[in-house]
Structures are given as C-alpha cells and as structure tokens.
Design a protein around this ligand. Structure first.
Ligand SMILES: [Zn+2]
Ligand SMILES: [Zn+2]
Ligand SMILES: [Zn+2]
Length: 282
C-alpha cells in the first residue's frame, strides 16, 4: 500500500498567502516541505481521501495524475477539504469521457452540504439525484459512523471525529494488502466511542495520521495540538493499537502555532512521531 500526502496544511495553507507572520515568511524562504497545501491524501493510485481545494495544484506540482481515482473517502464538508467543483471537472461534460465511475463516500450531512454547493450548476435535479450520478459519472454512498464497508480492494471503517457536528465528520481506517492506515483529521481529542471501536473492529495500525493544527505551545481547539498528538500516540501504543514498526504522522499543520518543517520535524522526532509534508510517500 502506497500513501501519498497531496496536502498537509490546515484550512489556510502554509504559508497562508495573505499572511506576513514570521513563520509564513520563513516558509517562503525555505520552500520544500515547509510549503503546505490544504490536506488530502492518495492511497495507491485509486483511493483519494478528500476532494480538497488544492487537488489540481497538487497533481500538477507532483506530476501525479488522479485519472485512476475510483474511490473517494470524504472526511467532512469544510471548504478546506471539499471542493465540489471537482465532481464537474472529472465528468464527461468537462471533456473527461473515460474516467472510472467515482465512488464517493461521505456522511449524510457532508453529502448534503456538497449538494447545496452545486445547486445552481446541477439544477433542477441536484447532486443527490441518481440521474446526476449518471451525468457526472459518480455514485454517492452515504456512510454512518462505525460502519465498515468494502471499496474495491479496500476494507474501510468510518469513525466519529470530535469536530464540527453539523457536517458529521468521519475519520477512516483503510485496510488493504495486509496493512491498515488510520486517517485522523479533522478532529480534536478522539471520542471514547472511537477508541472503543478501534478495539471492537480489532484494528492495529501500521500508519496513523493525526490532526496537528495546533502547535507545541498551543492548546487544542476543535483540532488536536502537538501535545495531544503525543498523548494520542502514547495511548495507541499502550492499548496495543499500533503494529510493530508503526509510524505516527502529523498533518493539517497551521501557521499560527507550528514552526517551519525542519523545526517541527525536529520537535516531533524528540517525541516519537513524524511530520508529514506535501509529496511524502509512505
Ligand atoms: Zn480542515
Ligand atoms: Zn502566517
Ligand atoms: Zn474541518
């Protein structure tokens, strides 16, 4: 299983294009892994996590085509994770006659939010109408938390996040080829229900990806902080949820409290985890 980080920044990107703070200015000078687009990830070549607003930029900058993407696991409908215009961009109407049918998995609230965003483009039927699915070469699957399902070669389990409840955010465990990844952003401290479900589903993770919006000197918000990531990794180790040699990687990095990549990576190394960066392949 090959996981590629297409973006590892929080909602505003890093550097925030509109910001002159010392961290953003430093990131502009350093370039490389200190430049972060909005969070999204690709597993192998066919499973996307989040139809994010920077997908086009990520694809062209990395020379990674997304033409083979067949499955999309949508975490939630916040604008830094979901740009519904991508449904149109990959459709026959936009000159893509032969893309695989996109199987799009999302919570009810997230699917409804996506539908609202495309109301004008897809009137009168709307995104959730099966006729629109035909037209856009798309199938929408509405997923409940704690539901396990099969998407092609992947066994996926959706877990509740601790984040804006109005979009019913989901976190995902993805299992294939004998390996399991947990994709854990956006979320504050994981709900106890999610911890219990990890055990109930018998998961042991080879790779854990966690929300790291808030930096080493900040408290968490509706997102995790560096200290909370350290605590989560420790609890996962304690509860035997990590496979031998497992890696814990931080993503969704915000400029407000996180230093540029080399400094954050050094902090993480001291505390037993790693910091993902755009283009990192695991
Ligand atoms: Zn976000
Ligand atoms: Zn800044
Ligand atoms: Zn969010």
């Amino acid at each position: 299983m090959r996981l590629t980080f297409l973006g590892t920044g929080a909602a505003e990107g890093y550097p925030n294009a509109f910001c002159r703070c010392a961290r953003c200015e430093r990131a502009r000078v350093l370039g490389g892994p200190s430049l972060r687009k909005r969070s999204a990830a690709l597993i192998n070549d066919d499973l996307l996590i989040d139809l994010g607003p920077d997908l086009m930029a990520a694809s062209l900058l990395r020379g990674r085509s997304l033409a083979a993407v067949r499955y999309c696991l949508q975490t939630h409908a916040h604008a830094d994770h979901l740009d519904p215009s991508h449904f149109l961009a990959r459709s026959p109407e936009y000159g893509v006659p032969d893309a695989p049918r996109l199987q799009f998995y999302a919570s009810n609230a997230t699917a409804r939010r996506a539908a609202r965003a495309l109301e004008n483009d897809l009137a009168p039927a709307g995104l959730l109408d099966p006729a629109t699915g035909e037209r856009l070469n798309l199938m929408i699957h509405r997923i409940e938390p704690l539901q396990s399902f099969v998407a092609g070669p992947y066994r996926v389990t959706a877990f509740p996040a601790n984040h804006d409840p109005s979009v019913e955010p989901l976190l995902y465990a993805i299992h294939t080829e004998g390996r399991t990844i947990f994709y854990g952003t956006d979320t504050a401290a994981l709900p106890e229900e999610t911890w219990r479900a990890f055990h109930r589903f018998g998961h042991r993770f080879d790779v854990v990806i966690l929300d790291h919006t808030c930096g080493p000197d900040e408290a968490g918000t509706d997102h995790l902080s560096a200290r909370e990531v350290i605590e989560h990794a420790a609890r996962m180790r304690e509860e035997n949820l990590l496979a031998p040699g497992a890696r814990v990687l931080a993503t969704h990095i915000a400029h407000a409290g996180n230093p540029v990549h080399p400094e954050l990576a050094a902090f993480a190394a001291e505390h037993g985890y790693e910091v993902a960066y755009d283009g990192l392949v695991v």
